[in-house]
Design a protein around this ligand. Structure first.
Ligand SMILES: Cc1cc2nc3c(=O)[nH]c(=O)nc-3n(C[C@H](O)[C@H](O)[C@H](O)COP(=O)(O)OP(=O)(O)OC[C@H]3O[C@@H](n4cnc5c(N)ncnc54)[C@H](O)[C@@H]3O)c2cc1C
Length: 368
């Protein structure tokens, strides 16, 4: 490895490299793998040629993995803070039967390159500055809150943060030691771990069971004064919302990130249900060459929604133009696309579109 590759030579200290732009080079090289728990690993990356990562704490990248000849996209929150711009890490929990998480755990080693897009997402404390925060996380939902906490720690911002993390058992607590260390270093940063069960650890004095409203109020008596960031499994977040509503918490100060994208907001659900399956006039024809289907799509309708309404099953994930899962080749026709970073400019120039955020401007033919 040369000095430039290792970046420990003069290159690191002299002229600062430019900002990473996946449009120019989307290759990330794994530099280190860290076992966080028995089924969670952090993967550290740097860019192929010297570049700095710029992102807001809480944002995610989309990994593009080629597994058995199939290109699969998955989003992973950046767990490192933006204050360490030479490197970026993701922290991945192995999911039983999951394609990408298991592939990453088994194959991503130092020196292995992977393609990535991003950063994207608006779940960030930097978008909602507040004097007091409550971070609520469950399982791997700790990652965006860890990036935010690491940012405060490294900037020396002694913020009033209560970080309540729920895990199955003490051995499943991700970043346990680092969170404890940060709490020692910042006088107004507190952690509380809530475990469902003890597992093998018998010397555990913290509460066990699920997070209840009584417990939450005991840990955070000034709950109502805080801006809340919550991330975890769907059931965990539903429980958090229900508890907060019960206390009369002002939900304008509540922000959450879902790792599944499958739960639509009530407004999005209403939109999908209202969309008529068949529109007699005023619609365009969308032809899918591989599946041999042609459907109608209104000019005000996203192609993905029209395809779903017509009973087609296209790959998609975020449905917000962020993750890139629904990327498709447009063979002819024009669309109006309002993506959120899930597609590179050079891909757009080559005729690719994200069907989740593209509305037809006429008849369109898509290779799908
Ligand atoms: C914004 C965002 C940020 C995220 N950040 C993180 C993060 O920081 N860390 C992290 O670990 N994850 C994160 N995720 C989740 C991550 O993107 C993946 O969803 C996760 O790693 C699982 O992917 P997979 O390919 O391993 O599993 P998948 O292959 O997608 O499978 C998921 C589950 O579904 C089951 N399954 C798959 N196919 C079928 C089928 N046909 N029938 C029945 N069951 C099936 C699998 O057995 C598995 O249990 C994030 C997601 C989003 C949207």
């Amino acid at each position: 490895m040369t000095d430039t590759q290792s970046r420990l030579g003069p290159a690191l200290w002299e002229a600062p490299p430019g900002k990473w732009n996946p449009d120019d080079d989307d290759t990330l090289v794994c530099t280190q793998v860290r076992a966080e728990t028995h089924d969670v690993k952090s993967f550290l990356f740097r860019t192929a040629s010297p570049k700095l990562f710029r992102f807001r704490p809480g944002q995610f990248i989309t990994i593009e993995a080629e597994i058995d000849g199939e290109v699969i996209h998955r989003c992973y929150t950046i767990s490192s803070p933006p204050t360490r711009p030479d490197t970026l890490s993701i922290t991945v929990k192995r999911k039983s039967g999951g394609k990408v998480s298991n592939w990453l755990h088994d194959n991503l080693k130092p020196g292995v390159a992977i393609k990535a897009l991003g950063p994207a997402g608006d779940f960030s404390c930097s978008s909602h500055p507040a004097p007091k925060y409550l971070f609520l996380s469950g399982g791997s939902g700790v990652t965006p809150l860890m990036s935010m906490s690491r940012t405060f720690y490294e900037l020396g911002e002694d913020r009033d943060v209560v970080f309540v993390h729920s895990a199955r058992a003490p051995r499943d607590i991700i970043f346990r030691h680092e969170l404890t260390m940060m709490a020692h270093g910042m006088s107004r940063f507190r952690t509380a771990f809530v475990c469902e069960e003890l597992g093998e650890q018998r010397d555990w004095s913290a509460p066990t069971g699920y997070l209840t409203l009584a417990l939450l109020k005991a840990i955070v008596p000034d709950l109502a004064e805080r801006v809340i960031f919550c991330c975890g499994p769907e059931a965990y977040m539903a429980n958090a919302r229900a508890m907060l509503k019960e206390t009369g918490f002002d939900m304008a100060h509540y922000h959450e990130e879902s790792f599944s994208f499958e739960r639509l907001s009530p407004e999005e659900q209403a939109e999908t249900q209202d969309a008529p399956a068949e529109v007699a006039g005023g619609s365009f024809k969308i032809e899918f060459t591989k599946s041999g289907r042609t459907i109608d799509c209104r000019p005000d309708q996203f192609i993905l929604d029209a395809a779903k309404a017509a009973g087609m099953r296209l790959p998609f994930s975020c449905a917000r133009g962020l993750c890139g899962s629904c990327k498709s080749k447009k063979l002819s026709g024009q669309v109006a696309m309002t993506h959120g970073g899930g597609i590179r400019q050079r891909e757009i120039d080559a005729g690719m579109i994200l069907v989740c955020c593209s509305k037809p401007l006429g008849d369109v033919v898509i290779e799908k």
